[in-house]
Design a protein around this ligand. Structure first.
Ligand SMILES: *Cc1c(COP(=O)(O)O)cnc(C)c1O
Length: 389
């Protein structure tokens, strides 16, 4: 593959081409099997002793899942990757591989709500402390880093879509001896490759853009071989959150159109966000291309952004009036969605991120799907009209 190609062109070429598959199939077969048998005692012993690498049991290595992992490693321009049964499986496994009781973690504010709850509910139980920081303030980050085992990043952040200087943050973490892990779900590997900016591990909720069709829950972690191997050996077999063969196949299928979908999400979301910026009912638009200087590492923008609505709009009525934007969690699929901050602010079942970090009450998050952008705009316009108080 030509490494000189730019982000999206590189991804497009990587994703359209495979090595030969079994029987010259153009799509990898689904190895829907839990175990693989051995032809002899010697072969089994060689595999167990590590002399031979071949599938034994699908909680460890499965060829369909492996094909997906290799594509992600290539897209993230790194050496290795590991597929998980969910984004949270990837996040909890990656973090747990590096921490022990007494350790201190630094994390960015406005991280994904369940990442926050994993830190607060699970890690605290093991005597691990987590502090949250505005990663836009590099001097504050530099002061807070010494003594940290891990620096957990997300850029752009959830709900607020703050873009950070990933290269600078990774440099500070390296100087302080902290491992950096970054959630790259929003940009997808098409628009941002954090390993090239100096991060140690990059992870995704593959349930979002990588899958892209709202039909699979999955995750993936990528990085240098040595670090991914640490996860493979020390956490994956015991936490067991392994990606399944069929879900791996769905993700490979989703990946084929990732660059084309991202181009469309970017174009439509920018059109909507730009018009919303001058709409009288909208007080603020949080979209990385509009609200802040473009980060050097971010090669494009995706379809998820948020807006704050003027008090003249009845937010429940606005949500109810929308026809194409359905109400729901998640994002990154073909269908447009709206998620109001008001419902997350009353969410129970653990510490509340929206209250903790201050997600504005009059904010709604929009996921721009693959419908025609003008139809989406017409939907928003009619909902503004019918929800005026
Ligand atoms: C959805 C999401 C996750 C969690 O992924 P799951 O696949 O739902 O477990 C992690 N990070 C971000 C930014 C997300 O949006």
């Amino acid at each position: 593959m030509n490494p000189e190609l730019d982000g999206i062109d590189f991804a497009a070429t990587v994703l359209a081409h495979d090595e030969r598959h079994y029987g010259d199939a153009v799509v990898p077969p689904i190895f829907q099997t839990s175990l693989f048998t051995f032809s002899s005692y010697d072969e089994m012993a060689a595999t167990f002793s590590g002399k031979l690498v071949r599938p034994t049991y699908s909680r460890g290595l499965n060829p369909t899942v492996r094909a997906f992992e290799e594509k992600i490693a290539e897209l993230e321009r790194t050496e290795d990757a590991l597929g998980f049964g969910s984004g949270m499986g990837a996040i909890s496994s990656a973090v747990l591989a590096f921490v022990q009781p007494g350790d201190r973690i630094l994390a960015v504010e406005h991280l994904y709500p369940d990442s926050f709850r994993f830190f607060e509910v699970v890690l605290k139980r093991f005597g691990i402390t987590v502090d949250y920081i505005d990663a836009g303030d590099l001097a504050a980050v530099e002061r807070a880093l010494p003594g940290r085992k891990l620096f957990y990043l997300e850029s752009p952040t959830s709900w607020m879509f703050q873009v950070h200087d990933i290269a600078a943050l990774a440099r500070l973490a390296k100087a302080a001896g902290a491992v950096t892990i970054i959630d790259n779900s929003w940009a997808s590997p098409v628009f941002q490759q954090p390993i090239t900016l100096g991060c140690d591990l990059v992870l995704h909720s593959a349930s979002k853009y990588i899958g892209g069709h709202s039909d699979v829950v999955a995750g993936v972690v990528a990085g240098r071989k040595e670090l991914v191997n640490k996860l493979r050996r020390e956490v994956l077999p015991y936490l067991g959150a392994k990606l399944s063969p069929f879900d791996g196949w769905l993700l490979l299928r989703g990946l084929r159109t990732l660059p084309a979908r991202m181009r469309e999400h970017e174009r439509s979301a920018l059109l909507l966000a730009t018009r919303l910026q001058s709409h009288p009912a909208v007080t603020r638009v949080h979209h990385p291309a509009l609200s802040q200087p473009r980060s050097k590492g971010l090669g494009g923008t995706s379809g998820l952004f948020s807006i704050e609505l003027d008090p003249s709009i009845d937010i429940p009525a606005f949500c109810n009036a929308l026809k194409l934007f359905k109400m729901g969690v998640s994002w990154g699929g073909h269908e447009s969605l709206i998620c109001p901050a008001g419902v997350t602010r009353v969410q129970t079942g653990g510490p509340n991120h929206a209250l903790r970090f201050g997600v504005p009450e009059r904010m709604v998050r929009l996921n721009t799907g693959l419908e025609a952008a003008e139809s989406l705009w017409a939907d928003l316009t009619q909902a503004f009209e019918t929800s005026k108080t």
